[in-house]
Ligand binder design. Structure first.
Ligand SMILES: NC(=O)c1ccc[n+]([C@@H]2O[C@H](COP(=O)([O-])OP(=O)(O)OC[C@H]3O[C@@H](n4cnc5c(N)ncnc54)[C@H](OP(=O)(O)O)[C@@H]3O)[C@@H](O)[C@H]2O)c1
Length: 240
């Protein structure tokens, strides 16, 4: 199917992986709405992408931890573009500490964003996706969803949980024609976890690598469903 004019909604599109996904989808002819917690971040990224890539892009404020905000960004996308074909659940946060040292606030931030947010956004989007001729939900998980690490309690819990949520949703929704896929990247060079961008330059994945996986998945014919992709740097630094 031609991608021209199809509609994608990307959460957490103001920077990093989400911004690269939004840019790549725009370049592929999608009309794109992207979200961030604040209007200034979302609208700023949308304006910059319109200048850099062109096409139709809408920036929307919406905290994925808030079910009503999730409903609003889905409705605003459908009102602007007339439908929804692809939801990319990308928004995510990482705060790394042991359970004893983790604040309740940081626990709730991670479970709320990385896990509740995917549930809220998917629930709001599904009624509209069901009207699309080729609907997808693409969840950006992490290799931290299969490999626990010290200091990763909340992040690991959220991303392990996302594997279960994503794959159960896939088994439900495939019977209604919606494909659900989980992309699990290893280290990507972004500001994720309050790290300076460029810190992992040279060996880590780039945001564009994850965006390429998104576009590759969307290119599969209707009878084929790659439901999980693990994407890792080819030559990470050796541990120990
Ligand atoms: N970087 C890595 O090494 C790596 C590896 C594997 C998986 N991932 C996953 O990839 C995804 C994107 O990470 P990234 O590296 O691109 O991080 P990033 O550069 O920190 O970007 C995170 C994005 O999510 C948005 N966001 C955060 N909380 C939100 C909320 N509650 N509601 C709506 N938007 C929110 C941020 O926007 P605002 O701050 O403007 O709201 C920003 O656009 C995450 O799910 C992460 O777990 C990252």
């Amino acid at each position: 199917m031609s991608r021209d004019g199809r509609v994608a909604l990307v959460t957490g599109g103001s920077r990093g992986i989400g911004r690269a996904i939004a840019a790549t989808l725009l370049g592929e002819g999608f009309r794109v709405s992207l979200t961030a917690r604040t209007a200034s971040a979302a609208e700023g990224a949308a304006g910059a992408l319109a200048d850099e890539v062109g096409g139709e892009v809408l920036g929307l404020a919406g905290d994925v931890r808030d079910p009503e905000a999730c409903r609003r960004v889905v409705e605003a996308t459908v009102a602007r573009f007339g439908g929804l074909d692809v939801l990319v659940n990308n928004a995510g946060v990482g705060k790394f500490a042991s359970v004893a040292e983790m604040s309740l606030e940081d626990w709730r931030l991670q479970i709320g964003t990385n896990l509740d947010g995917v549930f809220f956004m998917s629930r709001a989007a599904i009624p509209h996706l069901l009207r699309s001729p080729d609907p997808w939900i693409l969840n950006i998980g992490s290799l931290a969803g299969r490999n626990p690490f010290a200091g990763g309690a909340a992040y690991n819990a959220s991303k392990f949980g996302l594997v279960g949520l994503s794959e159960a949703m896939m088994l439900d929704l495939r019977h209604q024609g919606i494909r659900v896929s989980l992309i699990m990247p290893g280290s990507v060079d972004t500001r994720f976890g309050d790290r300076p961008e460029g810190e992992k330059a040279g060996w880590a994945l780039r945001p564009e690598d994850v965006a390429r996986a998104v576009v590759d998945l969307l290119g599969y014919p209707a009878h084929a469903h790659p439901s999980r992709v693990e994407l890792r740097p080819s030559r990470p630094p050796r541990k120990g």
